[in-house]
Every structure is written in C-alpha cells, then in structure tokens.
Design a protein around this ligand. Structure first.
Ligand code: PMT
Length: 403
C-alpha cells in the first residue's frame, strides 16, 4: 500500500474553518495535511462551529482549535501569535462572508483578525451556492483578494448542499492539500519543461501474454509530481501502471512497448529542457508476436528474443555535444551498482545516472540511490521516493545552470 509523501514536513498550516456545509470536509483536509507532515492549528469561526465540533479537530490534530479573539486564558495576542508561526493560512470552507470581510479589511473576530495580520500566503477554498458565487460582490471581493496575491483552490462545478448542480462546490480535500503543497514548495523550476518516463514496458508474445518487469511507476511519478509542485511543465511517458500522478498539470502519454516509448519520446525530445529515464525499458522483445493465443504443447517452449532500441543511448547520441536537454538515466542492478552505473553513464552519454539495487528500487515507497556523474558519486541514504525525487531535481537545477 502506498503512503503519502511527507512533502509538508516542518511546515505549519493555520486552517480557518468557516461556516458552511462543506466544513465537514475540512476534517479530511486536516488529516491530509498531517499525513504530509504538516503541523496544523485550527481556527474555527462561530458559524464553522455550528457545522463541525471543535473536539473533532482537537482529536485529529492533537491541538485544541482556537475560536475566540477574547480568550482570557491566553496571555498574548492570539491572532498575532497564530499568524507568526503559520507558513500558510488555508480558509476551508471559505464563505462569501469571510472573503467579503477579508477583502474589506474587517477584523472583528479571531478569523478576520488573523487574516488581517497574515504574514504568510493565504489559500482560499470557496464553497457556496452558485448564486452567491456569481454575485458581483463576491466576484469583486475575489478579484481584490487575488490582486493581493491570495491563492484560490476551486470551487468546482458539482452537486451543491441542496442537491442542485452548479459552480460553488468546494474542491475535494486532496485537491486542496495539493494546492497547499504547491503554495509551500519553491517555484524554482518555473518555465522548465521536463519529460520523465516511468513504469515497465510490456513486450507482447501473443494477444494474451507479454514479457514485462516489476516496475510500478512510483519512482518516475514521484519525480513528475515533485517537478510539477516546483513549477515545471511536466510530461510523463509511462508504460502500463496502476497509479497516476497526484498533480493534474502533469501531461500523460501512455505507451505499452519499448518501441512505442521510443516513438513518444522521440516526438517530444526537442521541446524539453530535461529528460529523465526512470522507466524500466525491456532490453529484448519476442522476435514474433503470435496473432493467436500460443497453445500449450511440449514440455518446453523456446521464445526467440530480439534487441529493443536503447532509448537513453539514442538520446545521448542525438544530443551529442549540445548538453541540452539535460539527460538523466537510471540504472537498476543486482551487483556492483556503481561500477555498472558508471559504464552506463559513459556509454549512454548522459549527465548523471541514478543507480539503485533491484531490491531497493522496485515497487516500494522508499529507495536507496547513488547519483553517479563525471564529478563523482553521491550516495543518498534510504528515503521516500518523493525525497529522492527532490534531491534529484536539485541536482538537475544545478545542471540547468551550468549547461
Ligand atoms: O517503478 P518503481 O517500482 O518505482 O521502480 C523504480 C525503478 C527501479 C524502475 C527505477 O528506479 C529504475 O531503476 N529505473 C531504470 C530501470 C532500468 O531499466 O535500468 P537499466 O539499468 O536496465 O537501464 C539503464 C537506463 O537505460 C535506464 O534509464 C533505462 O530507462 C534506459 N533504457 C534501458 C533499456 C532500453 N532499451 N532503453 C533505455 O532507455
């Protein structure tokens, strides 16, 4: 089972819960943020508390929600302290009333005082009836908040509280959590076009069977998601896999065989600044693909295999001395990890090779990699694939500056 990447480790989120039916979803949002490693302070408006009990947030976050600007048990200025420690304020659900007050700069309760005192970015997750959402007052309040740099996630068109369908349904908690990740990630890959391959290839034997391998696609997808969070334009060319990137901005290009993967990458290589080959591409394919199911007959069955194109080596020769796009290969080995990786680095003419043992790399949520380049070797300890992806992107960013 896959675990959520700890992309918000060390981050402090102030979750303001406004008064709307969608407030129940903010409990799930709190869970999503905690699972990503964030510390969550909850601030509930009076109206918010009519929809969900403060005790629910206390149980989930391990911290009592704050509700009262005049809380006498608190010695300092609550709205100042809360906003001092927040890396991001998320308003979920964001009601028309809260947005109007924030746009006007009112500060007559704890939520609005905190919003007026904010040092960090503010992310609004609006939820309201379509007529409220479309009202000129709401439109101009949203325009004012956006003009100040506030972020919006949603709303989407969908079923509203009363069963009607229209604009104003709050985004789902996962989408809001991803917006939080984006807001809290450095946007240091803005404008970078990155192509990453992931997953296995399937080489058909007959209409029923194929030769494949254990790749789940997790490593490549972790790179795609981490790059999208940091602002890159990402295309994922992937073999047959059961999972998808979390970030909807990642463009998907599904393929089955090595030759299909090669065609897809060749068509896209010119318009990318970086190509990362994390896919486990089959080195051989059956010489012939039977048109009908191969029937059981003798005790043994021999299958003749022919070599597949080496996509990465082809990219290395095509790029030649140009140094663009930045080329990153992977190497999966069972022995002499760095020795084989270094040979692949030279033969396939890439900028670096991310080497991993088969026992570490395939299928799991963690990996243990050594980044091998002309400069030497950088062994990263065991880490979640999202962390490995982040470290690799830091390396790629440096390469983009130098080539
Ligand atoms: O998907 P996961 O379950 O998360 O597993 C991750 C992973 C183990 C698949 C990944 O971390 C990894 O190591 N991917 C590369 C696997 C592989 O094919 O390694 P290789 O040593 O056989 O190939 C070397 C490089 O050449 C790779 O970048 C590969 O994509 C590329 N190659 C290989 C053969 C081929 N015909 N064409 C290629 O482009």
């Amino acid at each position: 089972m896959s675990t959520t990447a700890r992309t918000l480790e060390g981050k402090h989120v102030l979750l303001i819960v406004g008064g709307g039916i969608a407030a129940f979803k903010s409990v799930t949002l709190a869970r999503e943020l905690l699972a990503r490693g964030a510390t969550v302070d909850t601030l509930m408006t009076d109206a918010g508390q009519r929809f969900v009990g403060a005790v629910t947030f206390a149980g989930i976050t391990g911290r009592a929600p704050l509700t009262d600007l005049w809380d006498a048990s608190f010695s300092g200025e609550l709205h100042v302290e809360l906003t001092d420690r927040a890396d991001l304020i998320v308003v979920c659900p964001a009601t028309a009333d809260l947005m109007a007050k924030a746009a006007a700069g009112l500060a007559n309760d704890l939520a609005t005082a905190a919003l007026l005192c904010a040092k960090s970015p503010v992310l609004w997750a609006p939820a309201m009836h379509t007529r409220m959402w479309d009202h000129p007052s709401t439109r101009s309040n949203i325009a004012a908040l956006r003009a100040r740099g506030d972020l919006m996630e949603g709303p989407v068109v969908g079923a509203l509280a009363n069963g009607a369908v229209g604009a104003g349904r709050m985004s789902e908690p996962t989408a809001i959590a991803l917006a939080v990740e984006r807001a809290l990630s450095p946007r240091d890959l803005l404008g970078v076009r990155l192509l990453v391959s992931a997953g296995p290839t399937h080489e058909a034997l007959d209409p029923v069977r194929f030769i494949g391998n254990r790749s789940s696609g997790k490593m490549g997808i972790a790179i795609a998601d981490a790059a999208a969070r940091r602002g890159a334009e990402v295309t994922l060319v992937h073999g047959p896999i059961a999972i998808r990137p979390a970030h909807s901005s990642v463009k998907l290009q599904p393929v089955r065989s090595a030759r299909e993967m090669q065609d897809a990458i060749t068509a896209l290589r010119d318009v990318h600044d970086v190509i990362v080959m994390a896919a486990a591409v089959a080195d051989y394919r059956p010489a012939e693909v039977a048109t009908q199911k191969i029937k059981k007959s003798g005790e043994t069955l021999s299958i003749e295999l022919v070599k597949n194109p080496d996509i990465l080596a082809g990219l290395g020769s095509w790029r030649g001395e140009a140094k663009r796009p930045v080329l990153v290969g992977f190497a999966v080995e069972t022995t002499d990890l760095v020795g084989y990786a270094r040979k692949k680095l030279e033969r396939k003419r890439c900028d670096c090779i991310v080497a991993n043992l088969a026992s570490d790399g395939f299928e799991g949520d963690d990996n243990v990699v050594t980044i091998v380049s002309a400069d030497g070797e950088d062994a990263l300890g065991r880490a979640p694939k999202s962390t490995v992806a982040g470290a690799l992107l830091d390396r790629i960013k440096a390469l983009l500056k130098t080539v």
